[in-house]
Design a protein around this ligand. Sequence first.
Ligand code: 13P
Length: 258
Amino acid sequence: MTNPQRRPLIAGNWKMNLCLKGSVALVRALADGLSKPFEGPEILVVPPFTALSVVSEALKGSPIQLGGQNLHWEEKGAFTGEISPEHLKDAGCTHVLIGHSERRQYFGETDATVNKRLKAALKAGLVPVVCIGETLAERESQKTYRVLETQTTGALQGLQAADLKTLVIAYEPVWAIGTGKNATPEQAQEVHLFIRKLLAHLSSETIAREVRIIYGGSVKPDNIELLAAQEDIDGALVGGASLSAESFIKIVNGVKKG
Ligand code: 13P
């Protein structure tokens, strides 16, 4: 991360883990464990929907921000089981994950629905963290770049250049998620550079320089430093290691200031 225009972001995606008590305990431990005054990367936690309000309350006065794991594109109505942009904002969220590979794999998420969610998030003033990534089979059959190009163009369809500025892209190779096998810093850098060039092509060089592209997939305290030192890696989306205050703080502290 060498571009001062992009402040690194470390986000913890808790997925379907922790209930209220555990969620509050975790964010309290995080807030207590950060150096004060805190001058490191931007920090985001992304708990399950049910914990958003209590976590938001517990985070008051700390630099840690709050995100939802998904959102629906409609503002309200008969969409049983869905969460609207307004629900997220009402619960204290500033960010939202969109198109996580687990949603693509298990819940029928497509590039078209990612695009709708992304537009809804931007309209509501939420910072979207759009996830893209190839499977192992796609990587092994040399389709990585084609897949990422399709996912990125599909997600960004119809967006204006100004919209792209607030966007965060999370490159999460599916084969690295929850497997303990992270992409090497060089592998990840190569892909991040590809995504940045694609963004330049889809918008402009200036915008592409400003968009943060973070890496996710088995990020741990012992690999964050080398990953985050890569020129086009602007932070991390952390799963398993974000469920322990100790390891998440080590990851936060492993990132140099932007
Ligand atoms: P792990 O860090 O557990 O591999 O999960 C990554 C991820 O999917 C974050 O969104």
